[in-house]
Design a binder for this molecule. Sequence first.
Ligand code: PLP
Length: 372
Amino acid sequence: MPKAQETVLEIDLKALHHNFKYLKSKLQPNTKFLAVVKAFAYGSDAYEVANYLQKLGVDYFAVAYINEGVELRKSGITKPILVLHPLAVNFKKLIEFALEPSLYNAKILNEFISIASAEKQINYPVHIKFNTGLNRLGFWENDVDYVVSKVKATKTINVKSLFSHLAASEDLNERDFTLKQINNFKIIAEHFKTKIGYMPILHMSNTSGVLNYPEAHFDMIRSGIGLYGFGNSEKESTYLKPISSLKTVISQIHKIEKGESVGYNRAYKSDGSFTKTATLPLGHADGIGRHYGNGKGFVTIHGQKAPIIGNVCMDMIMVDVTNIDCKEGDEVIVFGEHSTAENLAETANTLSYELITSISQRVKRVFLKEDT
Ligand SMILES: *Cc1c(COP(=O)(O)O)cnc(C)c1O
């Protein structure tokens, strides 16, 4: 990779391949792999990532919203795509692009049956979501009879899978709660099977479920963050490789003398000692939020940490390079393989998930592909 000359998000598909293999190594050979590529594949690039994973033999994709699935279909993704949080207003589109809805309550189930039958669909694949403790989306355990009666009363839909979502799979202090969720899901699945006469595909594990709860793998797992290189624990993250590196350059260097300030609202004021700052071409409009300002977040220049000083601007940040030998045009690493997005996110008390999905579409994506 040549040195960055502007703000770029480098996406390393070799690292993606590594993560996919690592996560697969945790599964039984016949457990299916669903890759979660919502939110532009966690802020990277949904098409490039999905296309690559499709070639690697992933079984399923998931997105959050219907329009995300439509974009994948338009760019040529052919594997099944589960839409985790579809809204009825877009159901015709969902059907037109052969996306598969998660149906999570009576309202959305009935709306889907009604639109799909108006569209003359038969046995349209749907996924029934059950709530086992996250209390976000999903039918409750005592809704099984209702759901089965609705499914049996129509030829329009076919239940391809039953699924649930773990609330705290990354937190081993919540092990008892998680085991209760898993057990509850098994009871729901058995009840469903007894009533409907067949067993759909079962799935409930996100990345941390894959890593921490083999008993929750069932027939398929749903992994997002692990594919992008983070394991929600220091240990697991060492086995994974972040696929994205955010890089930029130094636009300008300033020497700040006693009494001067830096940036909006004069948030940084020189304490009298000499300060050297570098101005960088990325700001909160690129995804580096204001919470990283005023000494919290940092970037890396020639292997050395340079803290962000003053307030984060829309298009720029200023960093302290007093003790770094650097010049205008030099490369800056915001996050990457060594100083990771997880490390940077921690400085602002947030998660890798939030930081990487925030990198805005203004930032150019470049891809490192395999030589083969
Ligand atoms: C986002 C999401 C996932 C992926 O979770 P990771 O922790 O990123 O692996 C899995 N299942 C559902 C329902 C999700 O919303």
